[in-house]
Design a protein around this ligand. Structure first.
Ligand code: HEC
Length: 112
Protein backbone atom coordinates (compact mmCIF):
# COMPACT_ATOMS: atom_id res chain seq x y z
CA UNK A 1 0.00 0.00 0.00
CA UNK A 2 2.81 2.39 0.89
CA UNK A 3 4.62 1.45 -2.32
CA UNK A 4 1.51 2.13 -4.35
CA UNK A 5 1.11 5.51 -2.71
CA UNK A 6 4.74 6.39 -3.44
CA UNK A 7 4.34 5.36 -7.07
CA UNK A 8 1.21 7.47 -7.37
CA UNK A 9 2.90 10.46 -5.77
CA UNK A 10 6.01 10.30 -7.96
CA UNK A 11 3.76 9.93 -11.00
CA UNK A 12 1.93 13.07 -9.99
CA UNK A 13 5.19 14.93 -9.47
CA UNK A 14 6.45 13.89 -12.91
CA UNK A 15 3.19 15.01 -14.47
CA UNK A 16 3.61 18.33 -12.68
CA UNK A 17 7.16 18.76 -13.98
CA UNK A 18 6.09 17.93 -17.53
CA UNK A 19 3.40 20.59 -17.17
CA UNK A 20 6.00 23.21 -16.28
CA UNK A 21 8.37 22.09 -19.04
CA UNK A 22 5.75 22.65 -21.74
CA UNK A 23 4.62 26.06 -20.62
CA UNK A 24 4.50 27.54 -24.13
CA UNK A 25 1.84 30.18 -24.59
CA UNK A 26 -0.51 28.45 -27.01
CA UNK A 27 -2.52 31.65 -27.47
CA UNK A 28 0.35 32.79 -29.71
CA UNK A 29 -1.25 30.58 -32.36
CA UNK A 30 -4.71 32.16 -32.11
CA UNK A 31 -4.37 34.17 -35.36
CA UNK A 32 -3.19 31.07 -37.25
CA UNK A 33 -6.46 29.28 -36.52
CA UNK A 34 -8.32 31.39 -39.07
CA UNK A 35 -6.49 29.54 -41.81
CA UNK A 36 -4.82 26.49 -40.24
CA UNK A 37 -6.09 23.41 -38.41
CA UNK A 38 -3.93 22.93 -35.30
CA UNK A 39 -5.49 19.62 -34.26
CA UNK A 40 -4.14 16.08 -34.81
CA UNK A 41 -6.94 15.60 -37.34
CA UNK A 42 -4.76 17.57 -39.75
CA UNK A 43 -7.48 19.01 -41.91
CA UNK A 44 -6.66 21.40 -44.69
CA UNK A 45 -8.49 24.71 -44.31
CA UNK A 46 -7.12 27.77 -46.14
CA UNK A 47 -3.58 26.61 -45.44
CA UNK A 48 -2.07 23.18 -44.65
CA UNK A 49 -2.46 21.66 -41.16
CA UNK A 50 0.16 22.72 -38.61
CA UNK A 51 0.04 19.77 -36.20
CA UNK A 52 3.54 18.26 -36.08
CA UNK A 53 4.89 20.86 -38.52
CA UNK A 54 7.93 21.73 -36.38
CA UNK A 55 10.85 19.57 -37.53
CA UNK A 56 8.89 18.32 -40.54
CA UNK A 57 9.44 18.66 -44.23
CA UNK A 58 7.44 21.52 -45.78
CA UNK A 59 4.29 20.34 -47.58
CA UNK A 60 3.98 23.41 -49.78
CA UNK A 61 5.54 23.94 -53.20
CA UNK A 62 7.79 26.73 -54.37
CA UNK A 63 10.07 27.18 -51.36
CA UNK A 64 13.84 27.72 -51.78
CA UNK A 65 15.80 24.46 -52.18
CA UNK A 66 17.29 24.66 -48.68
CA UNK A 67 13.83 24.60 -47.08
CA UNK A 68 14.06 20.91 -46.30
CA UNK A 69 12.80 21.17 -42.73
CA UNK A 70 10.71 23.64 -40.71
CA UNK A 71 13.22 24.54 -38.00
CA UNK A 72 13.56 27.69 -35.88
CA UNK A 73 15.44 29.76 -38.48
CA UNK A 74 13.18 28.87 -41.39
CA UNK A 75 9.97 29.29 -39.43
CA UNK A 76 11.22 32.64 -38.17
CA UNK A 77 11.75 33.94 -41.71
CA UNK A 78 8.44 32.49 -42.87
CA UNK A 79 6.44 34.05 -40.05
CA UNK A 80 8.10 37.42 -40.57
CA UNK A 81 7.09 37.61 -44.23
CA UNK A 82 6.08 34.52 -46.24
CA UNK A 83 6.49 36.41 -49.54
CA UNK A 84 10.17 37.06 -48.75
CA UNK A 85 10.65 33.28 -48.69
CA UNK A 86 8.20 32.34 -51.43
CA UNK A 87 7.23 35.10 -53.85
CA UNK A 88 3.43 35.20 -54.32
CA UNK A 89 2.82 32.92 -51.34
CA UNK A 90 -0.86 32.84 -50.51
CA UNK A 91 -0.21 33.13 -46.78
CA UNK A 92 -1.23 36.72 -46.21
CA UNK A 93 -0.20 37.00 -42.60
CA UNK A 94 2.96 38.57 -41.21
CA UNK A 95 4.42 38.78 -37.72
CA UNK A 96 6.89 41.68 -37.64
CA UNK A 97 7.66 41.33 -33.90
CA UNK A 98 10.61 38.99 -33.16
CA UNK A 99 9.20 38.32 -29.66
CA UNK A 100 5.86 37.23 -31.12
CA UNK A 101 7.59 35.03 -33.68
CA UNK A 102 9.58 33.35 -30.90
CA UNK A 103 6.33 32.71 -29.00
CA UNK A 104 4.71 31.28 -32.15
CA UNK A 105 7.63 28.91 -32.77
CA UNK A 106 7.65 27.77 -29.12
CA UNK A 107 3.94 27.01 -29.39
CA UNK A 108 4.36 25.17 -32.72
CA UNK A 109 6.86 22.87 -30.98
CA UNK A 110 4.07 21.77 -28.64
CA UNK A 111 1.80 20.66 -31.49
CA UNK A 112 2.93 17.05 -31.48
C1 HEC B 1 -4.84 34.37 -43.88
C2 HEC B 1 -4.60 32.94 -43.75
C3 HEC B 1 -3.38 32.49 -42.96
C4 HEC B 1 -2.99 32.84 -41.68
C5 HEC B 1 -3.68 33.81 -40.73
C6 HEC B 1 -1.82 32.06 -41.40
N1 HEC B 1 -1.47 31.28 -42.47
FE1 HEC B 1 0.09 29.98 -42.60
N2 HEC B 1 -0.42 29.51 -44.49
C7 HEC B 1 -1.52 30.01 -45.18
C8 HEC B 1 -1.50 29.52 -46.55
C9 HEC B 1 -2.53 29.84 -47.63
C10 HEC B 1 -0.37 28.69 -46.65
C11 HEC B 1 0.15 28.01 -47.93
C12 HEC B 1 1.09 29.05 -48.52
C13 HEC B 1 1.69 28.75 -49.86
O1 HEC B 1 1.53 27.63 -50.38
O2 HEC B 1 2.38 29.65 -50.36
C14 HEC B 1 0.28 28.70 -45.34
C15 HEC B 1 1.42 27.96 -45.03
C16 HEC B 1 2.00 27.90 -43.78
C17 HEC B 1 3.13 27.05 -43.42
C18 HEC B 1 3.81 26.02 -44.31
C19 HEC B 1 3.24 24.65 -43.89
C20 HEC B 1 3.73 23.44 -44.66
O3 HEC B 1 2.97 22.46 -44.68
O4 HEC B 1 4.84 23.44 -45.20
C21 HEC B 1 3.42 27.30 -42.12
C22 HEC B 1 4.52 26.68 -41.28
C23 HEC B 1 2.47 28.30 -41.66
N3 HEC B 1 1.64 28.63 -42.70
C24 HEC B 1 2.43 28.79 -40.38
C25 HEC B 1 1.51 29.74 -39.92
C26 HEC B 1 1.47 30.21 -38.56
C27 HEC B 1 2.37 29.71 -37.42
C28 HEC B 1 0.47 31.15 -38.52
C29 HEC B 1 0.05 31.99 -37.33
C30 HEC B 1 1.07 32.86 -36.78
C31 HEC B 1 -0.10 31.25 -39.84
N4 HEC B 1 0.55 30.37 -40.66
C32 HEC B 1 -1.14 32.11 -40.19
C33 HEC B 1 -2.47 30.88 -44.68
C34 HEC B 1 -2.41 31.50 -43.44
Amino acid sequence: MKKLLMALLSGLMLAGLAGVASAADMSALAPCKNCHDLSPEKRKIVGPPLFGIYGSKPTIEGLPADYTVWDDARLDKWEEKPQAVKPRSKMNYRTPSPEKRAAIIAALKELK
